[in-house]
Design a protein around this ligand. Structure first.
Ligand code: UT7
Length: 352
């Protein structure tokens, strides 16, 4: 068995900056409310018609591939994590393969649908392929284009002020050094909370949960016609819905739990962490986790103030930025952790 190392990393942040004040032209919100509740000052939005989740993912991937010192033809498997794919299907894994121009190799490509935990889930999946020696260069991408799919009306403000666009990518390679690389990953889910943070329509549920009227499903035996109804459009049901306080409350329990689980597996304690990169969900969540784990400011990296919550992209963007700033050095113990829709959550410990 090998260990997987992050041999290359890259990020892509779209150019357009959208401040909290900019959002006030669409909805009833204030800069003060957003900063106080989330710590977010601005986020970036991709360019409509010109950029997509896939194109942003491809740009981050090219940087990660260059950083790893390999050619894109060396990639032998693709893992793509996103909740805002270009298409309902096929997934961004195959689209990014085409975008990178490496489809002639016909390597496998999968999509991970684990939202804010998508990067950790993707890392764990990629790690299994590398550990066993099956693949030598796995490309893992987390990318999101939230700006195309949120409700910018006041009724969607609890969601739309939080999320931003961007992409991050890593190349995983095997090492024979058992002390380096990904030391452990831990994944969890509890589907009882599926609808607490979800984009439910369009979808094939068709009133299964007794919500035929709510979604305006036709009351007949005719097949079809249930993915998207006029009522869904009229009632803004095509946008993500979030029970924010419940997500917050559960997140601050699960983050420390899953970090402790990883540390315990390796007989380590929180003080051994050199750098915690939490999924950038909300600065208040990260600060809470920092306090519970008794970590200093130097042991936690946050950049949500600049980018908002970029879901599957937030960890690779933050990790790549922390590396560029010299905050992650060889030999450091890096902890990644995430929580989000599903609910799903996870952690990883990496010896850099
Ligand atoms: O990535 C993982 C997934 N997401 C998260 O981790 C997010 C977790 N949750 C949160 O971060 C917080 O719940 C939010 C930041 C989303 C919301 O903060 P909150 O303190 O939980 O607010 P709330 O939803 O309980 O709403 C409190 C009030 C409500 O007004 P009333 O009913 O008290 O009059 C909301 O309508 O704040 C109002 N509100 C807003 N006001 C101004 C909600 N969003 C906004 C807004 N601007 N953007």
């Amino acid at each position: 068995m090998f260990n997987s190392v992050i041999a290359g990393i890259g990020r892509y942040i779209p150019e357009r900056v959208v401040t909290n004040d900019d959002l006030t032209q669409y909805m009833d919100t204030t800069n003060e409310w957003i900063i106080e509740r989330t710590g977010i000052e601005e986020r970036h939005y991709a360019t409509k018609h010109k950029e997509t989740t896939t194109t942003m993912g491809a740009l981050a991937a090219e940087r990660a591939i260059a950083d790893a010192g390999i050619d894109k033809e060396d990639i032998d498997f693709i893992v793509f994590a996103t909740l805002s794919p270009d298409y309902f299907f096929p997934g961004c894994g195959v689209l990014v393969q085409r975008e990178l121009g490496i489809n002639h190799c016909e390597m496998g490509a999968i999509d991970i649908r684990n939202q804010c935990s998508g990067f950790i889930y993707g890392l764990s999946v990629a790690d299994q392929f590398v550990k066993t020696g099956m693949y030598k260069n796995v490309l893992l991408i987390g990318a999101e284009m939230h700006s195309m799919g949120m409700d910018f009306d006041t009724r969607g403000r609890n969601v739309s002020v939080i999320f931003g666009d961007g992409a991050g990518a890593v190349v995983l390679q095997p090492t024979e050094d058992p002390e380096r690389g990904i030391l452990t990953t831990h994944l969890h889910a509890n589907g009882s909370y599926a609808e607490e943070l979800a984009l439910i329509t369009p979808g094939s549920h068709g009133g299964y949960h007794g919500d035929i009227e709510k979604y305006g499903f036709p009351d007949n035996d005719h097949p079809g016609g249930i993915y998207l109804t006029q009522k869904m459009l009229d009632d803004h049901l095509i946008y993500p819905q979030m029970n924010g306080p419940l997500v917050f409350k559960t997140a601050v329990q699960k983050f420390p739990q899953v970090i402790h689980e990883a540390l315990t597996k390796l007989n380590l304690s929180a003080s051994d962490i050199d750098m915690l990169i939490p999924h950038q969900a909300n600065l208040r969540i990260s600060q809470f986790v920092q306090r519970v784990l008794k970590l200093s400011d130097d042991q936690v990296y946050n950049n949500i103030d600049k980018y908002g919550n970029t879901t599957a992209a937030s960890i690779p963007i933050a990790l790549s930025e922390a590396i560029d700033l010299g905050k992650v050095k060889e030999g450091d113990l890096v902890c990644l952790a995430a929580f989000g829709s599903g609910f799903t959550w996870g952690s990883a410990l990496i010896r850099w």
